[in-house]
Write a protein that binds this ligand. Structure first.
Ligand code: SF4
Ligand code: SF4
Length: 344
């Protein structure tokens, strides 16, 4: 169902949700950086910029407690954190590259083990997506099968209109409920014209050709040159909407402390460091190979989709200028070269 909502009414909607005690998470400026964070009021929202990190933090926080412990003599007391305490949340202004990563995370967090922390937050979250009208040189959503107006992952999808306001398309029961419960703020979408969409870079590589090369080249000298500059800082994984690795650590003393779940990254040397001292990914090219393999081969083999939505954040943030889209383009060219050589 399509509707129209003015910017003023959209802000009124968010303020009303905040006043009802809901957690409204939207892009806002924090110390000069735009991030998805809880709003105190709708006027703080910065809707025209892609936040530095993705919206996945609404379901998968950087760090969270999952248990506490206390020891008194021989008595040990464990206290679970109750996931049902998580607040109803509305995640607002989610770009197609971020929204499309949410079903990707759903698949992995509900696969063999059901991660109740992720799933409880996810169940309680309504996602308001937003079409993109601006792209930069790093955006490549169209090269991985998305578009700047792709509603995948959103419950309600907004398209900015000329003259202000948004066309709103409901995508799920959650989106329909949000509109139905606030119908006085919405109107018929008659005669409105969408703003022109963003034009991300496209056609740089063919995902099928990239996958075909990865299927056959776990061992290949190309990996040394592909990853030679990577310093293993993990920034690419931390800003990525689709990366989802975490570590579980106990923090505290012998007498009391907490068990925590913290983001982790396959670029870190310690990520695969065994207690024995052996490390199967003992050099950085092996770690970067895992990043590419996981995103464009392993995840695809397991779940039938790519673990990258082309948001470009890792390209913007990499301190040594590694550009994943250029790497995929190079792999695509190697695959073409291999085919030409085979056929000649
Ligand atoms: S951000 Fe760049 S240097 Fe850091 S781990 Fe990723 S690819 Fe390597
Ligand atoms: S790999 Fe890079 S471009 Fe792809 S979704 Fe992650 S941060 Fe965005």
């Amino acid at each position: 169902m399509q509707n129209y909502i003015s910017q003023q009414n959209f802000n009124a909607l968010l303020d009303s949700l905040i006043s009802q005690g809901k957690r409204v998470v939207a892009p806002r400026t924090n110390a000069g950086t735009v991030l998805y964070e809880p709003l105190a009021n709708a006027a703080d929202m910065v809707i025209d910029q892609l936040p530095r990190r993705s919206g996945k933090e609404a379901f998968f926080p950087l760090c969270e407690d999952i248990m506490t412990y206390q020891k008194e003599g021989q008595k040990i007391e464990l206290q679970d954190i109750d996931p049902t305490r998580f607040l109803e949340t509305v995640l607002v202004g989610v770009r197609p590259c971020d929204a499309a990563a949410i079903p990707v995370l759903d698949a992995v967090f509900s696969w063999d083990y059901k991660d109740e922390f992720f799933l409880e937050r996810r169940k309680k979250t309504t996602i308001i997506g937003l079409a993109c009208t601006q792209a930069d040189d790093a955006c490549f959503c169209t090269a991985v099968g998305l578009t700047p107006a792709d509603p995948k992952g959103a419950d309600l999808f907004l398209t900015p209109l000329e003259g202000g306001g948004y066309a709103c398309e409901t995508q799920s029961e959650k989106g329909e409920a949000l509109v139905a419960n606030n119908k006085e703020l919405f109107a018929e979408p008659n005669g409105y014209k969408p703003l022109p969409l963003a034009e991300p870079q496209t056609g740089k590589f063919d995902l099928k050709k990239v996958k075909a090369w990865l299927d056959e080249h776990f061992e290949d000298p190309a990996w040394d040159s592909i990853a030679t500059r990577c310093v293993g800082c993990g920034a690419c994984a931390f800003v990525c909407p689709a990366c989802h690795c975490f570590d579980i650590v106990d923090e505290g003393t012998e007498k009391q402390g907490k068990r925590r779940k913290n983001w982790d990254a396959c670029g870190f040397w310690k990520f695969t460091h065994h207690a024995s001292g052996h490390n199967p990914r003992d050099q950085q090219p092996k770690r970067y190979r895992n990043r590419i393999m996981h995103k464009f081969k392993y995840y695809d083999d397991k779940f039938g989709q790519t673990l990258c939505t082309g948001c470009g954040r890792c390209i913007r943030l990499c301190p040594v200028g590694i550009d994943i889209a250029d790497i995929l383009q190079d792999i695509d060219k190697i695959e073409v070269k291999v085919k030409v050589e085979e056929n000649s």
